[in-house]
Structures are given as C-alpha cells and as structure tokens.
Design a protein around this ligand. Structure first.
Ligand SMILES: O=P(O)(O)O[C@H]1O[C@H](CO)[C@@H](O)[C@H]1O
Ligand SMILES: O=c1cc[nH]c(=O)[nH]1
Length: 300
C-alpha cells in the first residue's frame, strides 16, 4: 500500500508554520496543507543535480518523454529564494543542489519536508550528477550501491551538538537494481559500483592540482588504487554519503546515478569539451527517464 512520508522529528508537529526558507515555499499552516497538497501532492520523483541548467534540461527532457502537454518555459518555483532552482513536470520535481554535501543537505531537508506536507505517496529521491571515474572510461554511468566517505568508510559522519554522529550510507537496493536494469543495451556502459563522496573536490579527491597539495603523485595513485581494489569504488563525487544517510533515516527510497567525466587513474584535470560534457550529462537522463516510466506504469 502506498505511504506518505513520516519524518522522525517530533518538533515538526509543534510548528504551526514552516517557511522552507531556502526553497521560499512558505507552508503557512502545517495543520492544514491543502494548498501545498494541491500543488505538489502528485509528486512521485524528486530528481536532483548540481546545476540549475542541468535540472532545466532534465525537466524539458522528461516533459517530452512523459507527454506532459505544455509548451511554455518551465517555471523555477523557487526563484524568489535565490538559492536553488526547482521545476515541476507532471509527477517529477527537478531541483538543483549546488556543489557538495552542505548545500545539498539544506535543500534535501526542505524537499523532504515539502513531500511530507504535500502528502506525496512513496516518493523516490534521485541524484543525477557528474563525477570522476576510477578505472572506468569517461562517459560511464555509475549507479551507487554503497557510499564511502573520504576516510574510506561506508558511512556518513556529521557534527551534531558538538558530537560526531555516524550514520549508514547505502542506497535503496531495489532502486539500484531497477536503475541498472534500465541502463542495459545502450551504446555506453552503466554499472553498479561503490562511490566515494568527499568534502573537497581537490585534496579530498586526491588531486595534485589544487591550490595546495602536500602529498606526491605516488601517494595519490596508491590511494586511488586502494579505493578501486579494496573498496570497489568506481567513481568519486561530493554528495552520496550525506544523501543516502539522510534519505535512509527518513525511510524514503533513493538512488544516485552519475556519469564519469574523467578517469582519475589517468589524470586530475577535467578536460572534456562542453559538447562532450553535455552529451555525457544526458546519459543518466535516459536511464532515469526509463526508470520513471517503468515505475509509473507499474503503479497506475
Ligand atoms: O555534477 P554535480 O551534480 O554537481 O556533481 C558533481 O560535480 C560537483 C563538482 O564539480 C560536485 O557537486 C560533484 O558531486
Ligand atoms: O572528478 C570529478 C568530476 C566531477 N565531480 C567530482 O566530484 N569529481
């Protein structure tokens, strides 16, 4: 049976209003959310990625694929917040989250509360991103199974009230399986693998081309090989641990699907042309589009 989202925060029940500040979507009466339900109650998929332009492209792609009849430019529903862009196409929200866990966690908390207020049924949260590959050719699509932090631990670490809190960081098994199945038969490879999520693009990912670096090329290669050989890591990005741990705690399904722009065993600089990048970024769209069609067909 379909279910609404129950958040594990008793304080929410005592709040009469929730401003969802960064989304700029005020919920004026948390006890009577009919207005929010009317606007967002049909949402089943929350697709998220770093940039507003990628999310607009995704919205346009899904609009055509899902046959949503509307020729106007999709409206950024959160424009007045000046932080994140959110587009709605039928049962899908496409939201930008910026670079890294800290910006993503802000919008993720607010989107989780939004689906709760809107009483969305069984929503699935998907991150559609780019990443660095580890031992796989650029253009490979990676669906994350287990997320590892920069200490190579399969967990998310966060400071709360001055204490270190450690949470599991795994994605929903059936979402992973379905996404991988939707990637069969393309002229590019889609694989299931583990992902390292770092707090920093440069030193955190073992690059030697940041503003500072006090390790050698050999140290870097040793670390990247350890990621590959001992942890089954095939890609590196900057959100997977926070994303999987928070969605896990909220009991909502989640998946992380990213295309590699570079093989980190071969270099540090992302050198591909904007044209190639745009073609690569489109690859996870194709798979997510099929996944959404499949889930919609099985639930309607
Ligand atoms: O392409 P997006 O979705 O932004 O994701 C990746 O790109 C950013 C770094 O360039 C990080 O956020 C990383 O996770
Ligand atoms: O190497 C890369 C490329 C994209 N995004 C990352 O986080 N790392």
């Amino acid at each position: 049976m379909a279910q609404s989202v129950e958040l594990k925060n008793p304080h929410l029940n005592k709040m009469s209003q929730d401003y969802l500040y960064h989304l700029a979507l005020n919920v004026p009466n948390t006890k009577d959310t009919r207005d929010i339900q009317k606007r967002f109650g049909d949402v089943k998929f929350i697709c998220m990625g770093g940039t507003a332009s990628r999310m607009l492209e995704l919205a346009l792609f899904l609009r055509e694929l899902l046959g949503v009849k509307d020729n106007s430019e999709p409206e950024d529903l959160c424009r007045s917040g000046n932080r994140y862009a959110v587009y709605k196409v039928g049962p899908v929200l496409c939201a930008s989250h910026g670079v890294g866990m800290s910006t993503f966690s802000v919008v993720l908390h607010e989107l989780l509360k939004l689906v709760r207020y809107a009483k969305c049924q069984d929503p699935v949260f998907l991150r559609i991103g780019t990443c660095g590959g580890v031992g796989v050719p650029p253009g490979t699509v990676v669906v994350t199974k287990e997320a590892y932090n920069g200490y190579l631990r399969n967990e998310h670490e966060i400071a709360i009230l001055g204490e270190k809190v450690v949470r599991p960081a795994n994605f929903t098994a059936d979402v992973v399986k379905d996404l991988v199945a939707c990637g069969l038969g393309d002229n590019f490879k889609t694989i299931e693998a583990n992902t390292m999520a770092t707090e920093c693009f440069y030193e955190g990912q073992g690059r030697t081309d940041g503003a500072v670096c006090n390790y050698s090329e050999e140290d870097k290669m040793q670390f990247l090989r350890k990621c590959h050989d001992e942890k089954g890591i095939r890609n590196i990005e900057m959100e997977a641990t926070m994303f999987s741990s928070l969605t896990n705690l909220c009991n909502v399904k989640a998946g992380d699907i990213c295309v590699t722009l570079i093989d980190r065993l071969k270099g540090d600089q992302v050198e591909i042309s904007m044209e190639t990048k745009s073609e690569y970024e489109h690859r996870p769209f194709i798979i997510v589009g099929r996944y959404i069609q499949k889930i919609l067909a099985s639930t309607t």
